[in-house]
Design a protein around this ligand. Structure first.
Ligand code: FMN
Length: 188
């Protein structure tokens, strides 16, 4: 399989984001066939359909939609906000789903890693994200699932993932995602 371009979408803009640290660990543990790039979702104005209806798109929309269209797959790494996904991530999903009929997420493989300093591993965010992904026709890796809880205790001061059992679990997850990307790309 040729290397596949995978976009990473982190559902946190926070400087010291645990989710971003986990995303970096996922990249380092992933098979070489996947080539990752972090996609900036923090500069996208809140979606307003007038932009599309009037043909007056913010430049960041055009760049983002083109970027998503060029990817071979998506890795979402997200915290949970109030038992759901952070607005910045939902906004990014919405922006690249429009204008109607031009959903650039469709038909490509995706996977979700949810992250929390608490004990529930952001289960609510993980499962809420599955709802729009279904409608957007992102082909989601169903198993294994991964919910990273108590994340602060798994990282060192530099934000590196040092917990061995989580590293093993995350590596298995990334192996499965790589295999999923291969299966989808061979079926197209
Ligand atoms: C608005 C808001 C709502 C939150 N709601 C939840 C929640 O429902 N569940 C949870 O586990 N953590 C919740 N948290 C705490 C986040 O998990 C915590 O801030 C985490 O560090 C955010 O991820 P990050 O480190 O990648 O920025 C919330 C934080 C904020 C700012």
């Amino acid at each position: 399989m040729n290397n596949k371009k995978i976009g990473i979408f982190v559902g946190s803009l926070r400087r010291g984001s645990f989710s971003r640290s986990i995303a970096k660990a996922a990249v380092s543990l992933s098979p070489a066939e996947l080539e990752f790039r972090f996609i900036n979702i923090g500069d996208l104005p809140l979606y307003n359909q007038d932009f599309d209806d009037d043909g007056q798109l913010p430049k960041s929309y055009e760049l983002f939609r083109n970027e998503v269209a060029e990817l071979d797959g998506f890795l979402f790494v997200t915290p949970e906000y109030n038992r759901s996904i952070p607005a910045v991530l939902k906004n990014a999903l919405d922006v690249a789903s429009r204008p109607y009929g031009h959903n650039v997420w469709s038909g490509k493989p995706g996977s979700i890693i949810s992250v929390s300093p608490g004990g529930l591993g952001a289960f609510g965010a993980n499962h809420h994200l599955r709802q729009p992904m279904g409608f957007l026709n992102i082909l989601l890796l169903q198993q294994p699932e991964i919910y990273i809880s108590k994340v602060a205790s798994l990282l060192n001061e530099q934000g590196e993932l040092v917990d061995e059992s989580t590293r093993t679990h995350l590596k298995k997850f990334m192996d499965a995602f790589s295999e999923w990307v291969r299966v989808i790309s061979e079926s197209h």
